[in-house]
Design a protein around this ligand. Structure first.
Ligand code: M6R
Length: 613
């Protein structure tokens, strides 16, 4: 939700900022802008649209400054237009800043500032903050950094900001609360960004700014960090593990397709050092010290949003079946406002690709205040959720750039499966034979997915038949029901086709009224305990002339006779079917979106990381 970048050093800032913004464009693409300091002058360029629109707009203008900031916006306050685009500048033109987050008390502050003579151009909360800093600076005669610090003590809400001023041309001031900010440490140069992706090609040494910290970066005196109450803290420099190639499309037309194809590798990386079927063990180092606590938990509460919430629903089946611990799955956004009952012996697991989702973070903080043990299942290394939880495990999917989550989801499932297996083993609620079978099934996943991806051409042909459907229904039972939800979400978000996911047996309680010869119904009908029941549900669809696209186990003949199309997945235990059945649904959404000429990697109105409520 908005990407911010900054640079101070000896190189030209503009190309660094633009490249950084392109890397962060997944966070928002309503408008883009940069501000550069050159010879004591401030140049601000901003434009509605994508980073490319900004570069075309800037084209022949001077862009030689070696200090600058940039922003790519996902609109919250005010329309996505040129005026509301960041950077926002103070009335006297002496301060400009970029912001990710929401200033919640902007309205009260704005009214007071207007009374004091400030004139606003935009509808944004951000412009209020820059005027507030200006007001404080003017009245107190304080430095830019001190004025920022005083202003931040007056605002409520979330912010990551980067501020520059032609009056202090050799400095960048940055601060954060509840929105991420990373500082890259180069040789006499510094990079700032919402995540490490714009930084990795210049330096691997980074400092993750903590909440309510202010960084003062001086071209000559380096980096100093202070708390918002003005106590100096030592920067903690970490080394990034990310590789630059992970951020490129690598010959694929879209990041989403690349990320779908990366799943065998990503799942393999998730297993590394954690699961060995031959030796018969599974162990998650990140939660090792908390295993006893999880095994003794009164219940597990899983909180998440979107696709990560679907992973939580699958985990409910995993934990209840294998570890016999009651599980509750919660939308983070609902949980945090429901006054839920949380006990000290509850274990709360947050699932998040980005590790920055505002609702998930807020729900976690609430659970922490009530004494629960917090665990995180996160993809982005060093992200806020990974730092506020007591313990956790990274999914190791690698950077996911496409806004639609793919490999992050399947690796979440893999990690949750490993967790349920290890806790089940510890509690003695899983038989040795079943434990071994499931380890074997898990270890076979990467090669089974490789096999499944070979059906991509056929899946594209099937997708072409349904690309113009206005609606679609997705059905599944048991642990495949959340995969029906995920399939429907994927289709909605990237191809803009209205789709609903339902437990197959629930269809007859309402959605069946929608079925006619124009309704594609995607159903997971693989071998397992619900197979015959699902076949009956399929018959009900067919009896109403619905178009049936069924995901079946290899060699299935029964469903093949009824369905319009079948997509086979390799024969497997039901335990891993949710992971395998996800892949054809990802490919169907992808192909349909491409055929409908939708922007696959950056679907309208969405952002990869939702850091506002
Ligand atoms: O980063 P998170 O996993 O916390 O994000 C949660 C959702 O915003 C995310 O899964 C969203 O639903 C994706 N666009 C799904 O593809």
């Amino acid at each position: 939700m908005c990407g911010i970048v900054g640079y101070i050093g000896n190189k030209k800032a503009y190309p660094i900022l633009i490249k950084g913004l392109s890397r962060l464009e997944y966070r928002g693409y309503d408008s883009a802008g940069v501000a550069l300091l050159e010879d004591g002058k401030l140049n601000v360029f901003k434009r509605q649209g994508k980073v490319l629109d900004l570069t075309n707009f800037v084209a022949d203008n001077p862009t030689n400054g070696t200090v600058g900031i940039g922003h790519t916006r996902w609109a919250t306050h005010g329309l996505p237009n040129d005026i509301n685009a960041h950077p926002h500048t103070s009335g006297d033109g002496s301060i400009t800043l970029v912001h990710n987050g929401i200033i919640e008390n902007y309205d009260i502050l704005k009214k007071e500032l207007i009374k004091r003579g400030h004139v606003f151009k935009s509808e944004t909360d951000t412009e209020v903050l820059v005027h507030l800093i200006e007001d404080i600076k003017e009245k107190s005669g304080a430095s830019l950094a001190e004025s920022v610090r005083i202003a931040l003590n007056e605002v409520h809400g979330a912010y990551a900001i980067v501020v520059i001023s032609p009056e202090e041309p050799n400095k960048i001031i940055a601060a954060k609360k509840s929105s991420p900010l990373v500082i890259g440490m180069g040789e006499d140069e510094y990079y700032l960004a919402s995540d490490a992706t714009p930084i990795i090609e210049y330096t691997k040494n980074v400092v993750y700014l903590e909440d309510e910290q202010i960084a003062i970066i001086d071209r000559y005196n380096g980096l100093r960090i202070f708390s918002i109450s003005n106590k100096e803290v030592s920067p903690y420099v970490q080394e990034l593990e990310m590789q630059l190639e992970e951020l490129e499309k690598g010959g694929y037309e879209h990041f989403m397709l690349k990320e779908i194809y990366e799943q065998p590798r990503a799942i393999h990386d998730s297993f590394r050092g954690r699961l060995n079927a031959k030796e018969g063990w599974v162990s998650l180092g990140g939660i090792k010290d908390y295993e006893d606590q999880i095994a003794k938990a009164n219940r597990i509460i899983i909180i998440a949003c979107g696709t990560s919430w679907h992973a939580a629903l699958v985990a409910e089946y995993y934990f209840e079946d294998l570890a016999r611990i009651p599980v509750e799955v919660e939308y983070a956004s609902e949980f945090r406002y429901r006054n839920p009952i949380i006990r000290k012996d509850d274990v709360v697991i947050a699932i998040s690709q980005s590790g920055e989702t505002a609702d998930t973070l807020a729900a976690l903080k609430m659970a922490k205040e009530q004494g629960a043990t917090l665990l995180g299942i996160v993809n982005v290394v060093g992200s806020t959720i990974s730092r506020v939880t007591d313990a956790g495990s990274y999914t190791h999917a690698g950077p996911e750039i496409g806004v639609a989550s793919t490999k992050a989801f399947t690796t979440q499932l893999v990690l949750l499966a490993m967790m349920a297996l290890s806790i089940g083993k510890k509690r003695g609620t899983i038989e040795d034979k079943k434990f071994q079978t499931l380890l074997d099934e898990m270890e076979a996943l990467p090669s089974k997915i490789e096999q499944l991806l070979k059906s991509d051409d056929y899946i594209r042909e099937v997708s072409a038949i349904y690309k113009d459907a206005p609606n679609a229904l997705y059905l599944g039972r048991g642990s495949s029901f959340p995969i029906a939800l995920e399939g429907a979400l994927k289709l909605k978000e990237i191809s803009y086709i209205h789709a609903e996911g339902y437990p197959a047996a629930e269809m007859k309680h309402g959605p069946i009224a929608l079925i006619d010869e124009n309704m594609p119904v995607f159903v997971i009908a693989t071998q397992g305990q619900n197979y015959e029941k699902v076949v009956s549900n399929i018959q009900e669809v067919k009896a109403r002339k619905g178009k049936l696209i069924a995901i079946v186990s290899k060699g299935d003949t029964t469903v093949r006779e009824i369905a319009d199309h079948v997509i086979e997945i390799p024969n497997s235990d039901e335990f891993v079917v949710p992971i395998l059945a996800t892949i054809p649904f990802q490919l169907i959404s992808y192909h349909i979106a491409v055929m409908r000429e939708c922007n696959v990697d950056q679907p309208r109105n969405l952002a990869k990381s939702v850091t506002v409520e």
